[in-house]
Write a protein that binds this ligand. Structure first.
Ligand code: ADP
Ligand code: ZN
Length: 435
């Protein structure tokens, strides 16, 4: 079984990679300058010309591009080739505002598929596998992204899309699905449904899962792995740079390898824009060095993570990023305290030992913030004595105070009362933003 999809690139020494990145960057900057008037203006304003960019050491001279620039140029102001050269569009999920549109040439799709093929191979996938794709198909990049990579590897691809969960499980059994691809929250829901149908992981032929498109904790990983009897791999990406497959996890599960022959990654201080040294936590910035249609230079993802070049046991030399545990704009400020939903998830999953369904509800009464965490009880807990439920409430409350420094109202609610997610989970309802 091949260990790598593209061994030469995935195990390339850093000096050769830098050389490759530099050549591609120089070409890409010229392409963007000549074809995207908006970015040319940004460079002109900074007094930078393509001649100033001789290699990756000059990357910092280029201006950033952000979601706001994408919005201002909606729908095709940043397109760098004639529309007739494009073969597809996708759009962001719009999690944090208006959707952004990304365009692809045939070559862009081919490179994207290649990135995903690396991810599938790293998760142990070969042409013998049956890849069950339960990411949504459509404008969202999840479905067609994994689909293209799966084709490339030669797997039997099941384009099931999301929804109709019991039928999904039936298909898995009938067709012998071996690799499941979907959002982690949907994987958790599938796991829950498997149990509800009276089945166990042994009734399925799944061996691995490739889950991404939203933040998920290690605790959630373990819980999904247990409920489906698989090894769960993380995959990362965003529409603006192509889609899933910008980075992928190997069997070591210690961060995701970035496909840096296509994307140069930097970490910056989100407040000052200063480039931070390796190992620092900050905002991830990507420069697409091979994209033709929609080549973003120094795109600010707003995802917060750390990059590391520490040697990985899998043999890949590609730089690794830690799981982004929430975007800079996912952060809630409650009663003046910074709160990331992932911190709450960590506490919940630890105290419950499994994946509870939960929702964070924030509101404001007068000038005071209210902060409630609704947690669904499982059927067997629901039958527990009031005393044991009260004890659980107390423990959760204390753990939340300990980790966040503020108190939350803990509401343990009836089984099945919190809506399930088939795509990206909605964990936070911030009513303060609705007024
Ligand atoms: P939107 O920004 O509207 O959600 P996308 O569907 O393109 O649009 O989502 C990309 C974003 O999803 C990333 O910027 C990141 O915040 C999140 N994301 C994708 N994969 C992961 C992952 N494996 N872990 C955590 N967050 C992820
Ligand atoms: Zn590795």
């Amino acid at each position: 079984m091949a260990k790598y999809w593209n061994e030469e690139i995935e195990t390339m020494d850093y000096e050769s990679m830098k050389k490759l990145q530099s050549e591609r960057l120089v070409r890409q900057v010229r392409h963007v300058y000549d074809n995207v008037p908006y970015y040319k203006n940004l460079m002109d304003e900074r007094g930078v010309t393509p001649d100033d960019i001789k290699g990756i050491e000059d990357l910092h001279k280029l201006p950033f591009i952000s979601k706001a620039d994408l919005r201002d140029n909606y729908p095709d102001g940043l397109l760098a080739v004639p529309k007739s050269e494009c073969v597809r569009i996708h759009a962001t999920s719009g999690t944090t505002g208006k959707r952004a549109i990304a365009f692809y040439t045939a070559k862009d799709i081919d490179i994207w598929d290649d990135c995903v093929a690396r991810a599938i191979t790293a998760a142990g996938g070969t042409k013998e596998d049956v890849v069950h794709i339960a990411y949504g198909y459509g404008l969202f990049t999840g479905g067609l992204g994994l689909h293209g990579g799966s084709h490339k590897v030669g797997c039997l691809t099941l384009p099931v899309s999301s929804g109709n969960t019991e039928r999904q499980i039936q298909f898995m059994q009938d067709l012998g699905s071996t690799i499941l691809c979907c959002t982690p929250s949907y994987a958790a829901y599938i796991g829950e449904t498997v149990a509800e149908m009276g089945l166990s992981p042994d009734d399925l032929t799944l061996k691995a899962g490739i889950f991404g498109a939203e933040p998920w904790t290690e605790e959630m990983r373990r819980s999904i792995e247990k409920s489906l009897g698989i090894k769960a791999y993380d995959i990362y990406g965003l529409t603006e740079t192509s889609g899933p497959g910008v980075a992928f996890e190997c069997e070591c599960q210690t961060g995701m390898h970035i496909n840096e022959d296509n994307f140069i990654a930097e970490i910056i201080d989100p407040d000052t824009g200063e480039v931070l040294p390796e190992g620092s936590k900050g905002e991830l910035v990507f420069t697409s060095i091979t994209k033709e249609a929609f080549p973003l230079l120094r795109y600010r993802t707003r995802d917060i993570c750390i990059l590391t070049r520490e040697k990985c046991k899998c043999g890949r030399t590609l730089v690794k990023m830690t799981k982004p545990m929430g975007r800079s704009d996912d952060m809630l400020i409650i009663k003046g305290v910074n709160v990331f939903p992932s911190q709450i998830e960590t506490v919940l999953l630890r105290d419950f030992g499994a994946t509870p369904n939960y929702q964070i509800v924030v509101d404001r009464v007068g000038t005071t913030d209210t902060f409630e965490i609704k947690i669904e009880l499982s059927d067997n807990m629901f039958d527990d004595t009031i005393r044991s439920i009260e004890a659980l409430e107390k423990k959760l409350s204390a753990d939340i105070v300990q980790i966040l420094g503020i108190r939350a109202k803990i509401s343990l609610v009836e089984p099945k009362s919190i809506p399930r997610s088939e795509g990206k989970a909605v964990r936070v309802i911030d009513k303060r933003k609705l007024v």
